[in-house]
Design a protein around this ligand. Sequence first.
Ligand code: SF4
Ligand code: SF4
Length: 337
Amino acid sequence: MDFDSFVEGSFLWIVFLTFIAVITVRLAFFFAAIIRSGKERDVKWWYNFAIFGRFFLPFHKAVSGKPFYTILRYIFHICLVVVPVWFMGHIALWEESRFEWTWSSLPDEWIDWMTLLVIGLAAYFLVRRIILKDLRLNSSVTDYCVIVITALPFLTGYFLTHATLDSIAFFSSNMWNIHILSGGAMILMAAFLFCRTRMNTRKCTGCAACEISCPTGTIESRDEAKQRIFTYSHYQCICCGACVNTCPEQAAELRHEISLIRFFQIISRYEIRSVELAVCERCGELFAPVPQMDKIGQTFTHDYLRFCPRCRMVNIGDLLHQLSPWHNKLHKIDYSQ
Ligand code: SF4
Ligand code: SF4
């Protein structure tokens, strides 16, 4: 078998079958994980399926936070699916395959415009990550690779259908293979692509607002031995960005992760952050994370930091008692004068 027939034969089948198998496993364990976590949080059964819908529809908090960017992201993802599925050339390949499947295609001009949209938006996302300082500091190499690998099959597809680079001998004879290989790389990447929420240790106060806002129970926390420990389960994350949008300290960050290992860690939940808890000076109860109290201490009194809510009430009671006439009578103060 020569290289050309391997690429358009065995390679493509391996890619498609791997994608279908991986996505099936991921969906099964995604639902298993969110149904388990939903039971623990006592949510209704249909909520788990509504969450899955939220993965596809832009009706959530991210829209109000960054409406322009969110709309562009949805346009990008819609085109990512529509172009390869409804392009006439791809449908013709399925028709010629052993399955002989066929369906209606979209007009070539539509496909051309959508392809250009994907390429243009990918370039915009890339430049945005490089130019915006905060975004650049929060980006990993994988974040850049994801954009490039996603855009490559669209770019090579456009070059192939328009013979753009045919004046260069290498591309005129190899563009077909380059397009299939880049498409295969994108499909495999999509299968093993996970989101990873990171809590910036310099900014995070351990307030747990991200945990409360997370619709899938991906982020969980527990207080244990003077520590608040945050854990994360990558199979549950739908990359909705609610944690990022909710975090009052801009400490929650979403990263991409392409990982074969993560795929096999089907039921894993691992620690992503631990924060020391403050101890009440009166009763010894653990009542809030130390970084959060430090932050509050910039605004509130010292008393607020040293005592838990219950003992603060007791302190107020003590204070009122000291100010009361009965207390003063006991101390022989004459109010009649
Ligand atoms: S909401 Fe932000 S500050 Fe609060 S625990 Fe989560 S990451 Fe940390
Ligand atoms: S992006 Fe954040 S809020 Fe959304 S599912 Fe993932 S961890 Fe939860």
